[in-house]
Design a protein around this ligand. Sequence first.
Ligand code: ATP
Ligand code: MG
Length: 443
Amino acid sequence: MSPEEARAPIQPVRGMNDVLPEQIGAWQHLERCAQRLLGAYGYEELRLPLVERTELFKRSIGEYTDIVEKEMYTFEDAGGDSLTLRPEATAGVARAAISNGLLRGARHKFWCSGAMFRHERPQAGRYRQFHQIDVEALGFAGPDVDVELIALTARLWRELGVTRVRLLINSLGTAAARAIYRERLVEYFRAHETALDEDSRRRLTGNPLRILDSKNPQMRALIEAAPLLTDHLDAESRTHFGALCAALEALDIPYSVNPRLVRGLDYYSRTVFEWVSDALGSQDAVCSGGRYDGLIAQLGGESTPAIGFALGMERCVALMQAAASVPAATPPELYIVASGAQAEREAARLAEQLRDALPGRAVLTNLGGGNFKTQFRRADRSGARLALILGEEELARGVAGVKPLRREGGQSECPLPLLAERIGQLLAQEPVGAAARDETGRG
Ligand code: ATP
Ligand code: MG
């Protein structure tokens, strides 16, 4: 490596993003709303490893899926185990329920959130590290819980001020019904084998349903004309789906039935749903889920009906930004300006006292010195509502200067022992500060 190369900046990993302070407000708002709402519906948080045994994803998501065929970050660790960065959360939740012995006939409502990893082609709305909020109800046969999950997401959109979303639903029936449908589908695609792309041809023998999920535009017409799973549903699934539709209507949640919605993973059965938006470009799904009654048994647990969904946080943040529904950042309340070594020490002590006396109020101290002009410029840029001024001369008299920064008004003086009370009163009257232009107070 040449000396120039050794000094060159390290590039970020393609498709993996930093979330900077200017976007963090939207992320935190989403996280807080979701956490509050999930708690209110009785869902409990799980925190699971980012890494699982590769086998878990192969056995759950399915061999003939985009994820397992080409998108997994798989590596061998020093002990020779094949491990994979989680591409989705449901498999991990099912694994955790089994390995912690949580099932045994019990029912659980869980949620978790965090980073997922898929080696996809990066583009707007599609990243290699992305984040999901994942919600899973284990041990519930539905359809009541199917409705609850959808109502929860509908409420989340309302609370986030996201309006440009539409609900698509479908039923995939039972495994038995799908087996019959699968034969129809194979007959159909065999008759058009020359029109299939390479992926689809491989899936024709591996998992023909997956062909319906193809993102290749050249396959669209062929897929449109394929036989419909909806026409091959078993009676029980039909009843389940009918009850779901009726309950959504009773709750005034608009939906469209999309008979081609199959979802990209193998483990789904019966109810599948997706929230899509016309504000996201071609990556239009913001929240996708479905029932996976067979998965837990397939992973070696006792047979347990279950349903869940995952919400794509990057896409949700984009929708919040498009709707301009992110609440403005709260600027700090107080910026302490100090001149001279002794005043700076006093400022640090006072700041701690004020943080004790006024919990929840943001108190910034000027860091790194500077003359009063520089310090006032930083105070103004911070967006703070009040400046507290400590000079050698004020200190000698046991007072500090207090100056409003967001309205006209002169500086007043306050004895140090009365400061906390005085500032508390002033903040109750002062207008809320300008949105901070530079929250670190750099300047
Ligand atoms: P898509 O059809 O967009 O590929 P998917 O069917 O692969 O989505 P799921 O695996 O069900 O999606 O994931 C649930 C949600 O996670 C999606 O609705 C989407 O919002 C989000 N998501 C999935 N893959 C990505 C990605 N690579 N980058 C950003 N968000 C993603
Ligand atoms: Mg995908």
